[in-house]
Design a protein around this ligand. Structure first.
Ligand code: GAL
Length: 345
């Protein structure tokens, strides 16, 4: 087990630190103090060869010069809130309208935008970092003060565990965090040869601006049917006739779910990640609109370069009674966990 702190440049007059966590099996993850960004998940694949399973950038500015939230922590609420209106206890809060008139991923000044305090920890079998921040309504216009901790753990079972802790300090508020890592299990040009399985039979129906309408759609017999392993190229090929030209959808996870909510697999390296979460939603985005002005560490951006698998409670939750509960009553706290378990088959 090993922890290293490196310098990752400066952003808005702050020094950005890169926290590198290594386990005993030659696996390594790294995180950035800016945006609590998950920057790297390197795994040994062949003798003397390691690959990074995450898309990333070599400079902090590059992370913020595109709209794709690569690796970033997302909150207070993942996904879109229609018209930026959040109504809680009969008061309507106007949130930042950072995509058309809607609020996307916590608004302009969401979790992704903060410099986080952090502390590192180590045991015989785990290395971890805990990012912390007290978020106030002055930061993001959401109701109430929210204490947040985001913990990333790497253990010797080659699992990455993300714990999101939130506590409503002085008033009721909402908490629906996620992480926006994009995976490419081959560190290759695209994820078309990856296979994906999701423990789901339904997706949310959405309006033109990708706000949930409140209805669910069965996936059986459609390109969105991933309840068995399916090659991403098959689904993406079938979706070329729609404007999105790929997947950008919210999957409703079959309940209750003790098995992985999703598995992403590469036959080229004979390895996979299993994602575990107790939340009822998984947003899947196949990077359909990546552009060539993005200077990723592996080259210029292009569609289907990676796949984001964002476990969260269904978005726009307060506007749809049956979408789940993201409410935190004054004084209440909650911890959500996402586990990404790596296996070589
Ligand atoms: C996803 C969302 C996409 C896109 C992406 C970030 O969560 O579903 O529509 O906004 O984030 O670019």
């Amino acid at each position: 087990m090993k922890t290293l702190i490196e310098n990752f440049g400066r952003f808005n007059d702050h020094v950005v630190e890169k926290i590198v966590l290594k386990n005993n099996n030659n696996f390594q993850i790294s995180l950035l103090s800016q945006g609590a960004i998950w920057n790297e998940f390197s795994v040994p694949v062949e003798e003397n060869k390691k690959i990074n399973l995450l898309l990333n950038f070599n400079s902090i500015d590059s992370y913020y010069s595109n709209p794709f939230y690569i690796g970033m922590s997302i909150g207070r609420t993942g996904g879109r809130i229609k018209a930026g209106k959040l109504t809680l206890n009969d008061t309507t809060y106007n949130l930042s309208q950072n995509e058309n008139t809607n609020t996307l991923h916590g608004g302009e000044t969401g979790f992704h935008s903060y410099i986080w305090d952090y502390e590192t920890f180590q045991t015989d079998d785990t290395v971890s970092v805990v990012f912390s921040k007290r978020v106030s309504p002055q930061d993001d216009s959401y109701p109430g003060i929210l204490d947040v901790e985001i913990e990333y753990i790497l253990n010797n079972k080659n699992e990455v565990i993300i714990n999101y802790y939130g506590k409503a300090v002085d008033q009721d508020t909402v908490f629906n965090p996620t992480n926006h890592a994009y995976f490419n299990l081959e560190q290759s040009n695209n994820i078309l040869d990856h296979e994906l399985k999701i423990n789901s039979h339904q997706i949310l129906s959405m309006d033109q601006e990708k706000n949930p309408t409140g209805l669910f759609k069965e996936t059986a017999g459609t390109p969105y049917d991933f309840h068995k392993f399916t090659f991403l190229k098959n689904a993406i090929e079938d979706l070329q006739s729609i404007p999105e030209k790929g997947i950008d959808d919210v999957f409703y996870i079959d309940q209750p779910s003790d098995c992985p909510i999703a598995t992403l697999k590469s036959n080229r390296f004979n390895h996979q990640i299993d994602i575990y979460s107790q939340r009822n939603g998984l947003v899947v985005f196949t990077a359909n609109s990546f552009t060539s002005d993005m200077n990723l560490s592996t080259g210029k951006g292009h569609p289907y370069q990676g796949i984001a698998l964002e476990s969260q409670t269904l978005p726009d939750t307060l506007n749809h009674k049956n979408f789940g509960n993201i409410l935190l009553k004054k004084g209440q706290s909650v911890t959500y966990q996402t586990k990404i378990a790596y296996t070589h088959n």
